[in-house]
Design a protein around this ligand. Structure first.
Ligand SMILES: Cc1cc2nc3c(=O)[nH]c(=O)nc-3n(C[C@H](O)[C@H](O)[C@H](O)COP(=O)(O)O)c2cc1C
Length: 357
């Protein structure tokens, strides 16, 4: 039986514990050209005690950006900014993957100056925050064959940039209603070419991106995040079990570093996926009434997951693994400072007093 504080091998790394910092957009990339700042380096370094840090969503291209002040990995400035972050985390013996997040239709020209793209010309219900306040999501321009090739190339280039910036790997964001999830879905993807229609069509883009990125930087440096049947960002997935079982079967030969499951309401599907996927599984448990708490670590002992990822509690507790090991106490997150702003609610959550004197 493994516990949360046993080592685990993920790709090329032996992690010191099984507590993962879940990816969290914080919208503080105020460096030139959407590049990371010294403040971001401090924030991630504070959390380097995680077995693995997965960064906030990082756009692989300008068109992949949705929200304000999110960082990219498609320019020299951004690579240099991320280098400060990865150096700071490595100085504290941390391991850090960049989450590559292309938002697809969850975007707005007022934030990027660009018309959003998607699987099909189907807008997401709901609004996105822009400099003039919340606005409805526009109808995206469907990616044509050339656009799909360019998108895959952008993921590959960003993954190479991530390695150049000192990251230990990348996590492909296939969850929460962004571009890759839009292709997996049955409502945002209405295509009748080989990237839509049946299950084989809807999983194709994710498999092609994962394959291309794995070829470029090594499969052992590539993870994938999925969120089966999560309706966030106006996603509908009819027959989600069939879709995700086909997806993990198609990915199995690649030998990816891990699968990161952001669990949805169909919690009974998680053990099914667990049995089907022979690789490392990171679980972010379904917690509709709050956030993932210390009790989730029992899922490792029970064999339901190899690692557990924490969002809210890691946001508020820079030394979360130590607090979990010692049974708390835990700072509560303040969601009013989650997105945008300065160090307040970002780098000023206190750690436990250092009892080493
Ligand atoms: C402020 C904030 C930002 C988030 N941004 C991302 C993101 O960029 N990418 C992603 O995959 N999930 C994102 N999430 C979801 C978290 O990774 C996680 O799945 C969610 O918070 C549930 O886990 P928890 O109960 O431990 O908080 C975000 C969550 C929060 C609270």
């Amino acid at each position: 039986m493994s516990t949360a504080f046993d080592n685990v091998t993920v790709g090329r790394h032996t992690l010191r514990n099984r507590v993962v910092m879940a990816p969290m957009t914080r919208s503080r990339a105020h460096g030139p050209g959407a590049s990371p700042t010294e403040l971001m380096a401090t924030y991630y370094a504070q959390r380097a005690g995680a077995g693995l840090i997965v960064t906030e969503g990082v756009q692989p291209s300008a068109i992949g950006q949705g929200y304000l002040a999110t960082p990219g990995l498609h320019s020299a400035e951004q690579v240099a900014g991320w280098r400060r972050v990865t150096d700071a985390v490595h100085e504290r013996n941390g391991v850090i993957f960049a989450q590559l997040m292309h938002v697809g239709r969850i975007a707005h020209p007022d934030n990027t100056g660009l018309a959003p793209v998607g699987a099909s010309a189907v807008p997401a219900a709901g609004t996105i925050f822009t400099p003039t306040g919340p606005q409805e999501h526009p109808t995206p321009e469907p990616l044509d064959a050339e656009g799909i090739r360019a998108t895959i190339a952008d993921f590959v280039a960003a993954a190479r940039n991530a390695v150049d910036a000192g990251f230990d790997g990348v996590e492909l964001h296939g969850a929460n209603g962004y571009l890759l999830h839009q292709f997996l879905s049955t409502n945002a993807n209405r295509r009748d070419d080989e990237y839509g229609g049946d299950v084989a069509g809807r999983i194709r883009l994710v498999v092609e991106v994962a394959t291309a990125v794995a070829e470029a930087i090594g499969a052992d440096r590539v993870g994938l995040r999925i969120s089966p049947a999560n309706p966030f960002n106006d996603i509908v997935e009819d027959g989600h079990r069939e879709t995700y079982l086909a997806l993990v079967d198609a990915l199995a030969p690649l030998g990816l570093a891990y699968l990161h499951v952001a669990e949805g309401a169909d919690t009974e599907f998680t053990p099914v996926l667990r049995r089907r996927w022979s690789g490392v599984l990171i679980l972010n448990p379904y917690t509709p009434d709050g956030w993932t708490g210390p009790e989730a670590l029992k899922l490792i002992e029970g064999g339901d997951a190899d690692l557990i990822s924490y969002g809210a509690l890691f946001l508020a507790n820079p030394d979360l693994p130590r607090r979990l090991a010692e049974g708390g106490p835990f700072n509560a997150p303040d969601y009013t400072t989650a997105y945008g702003g300065d160090h307040k609610g970002y780098t000023d959550y206190p750690g436990l007093p250092d009892d080493q004197g």
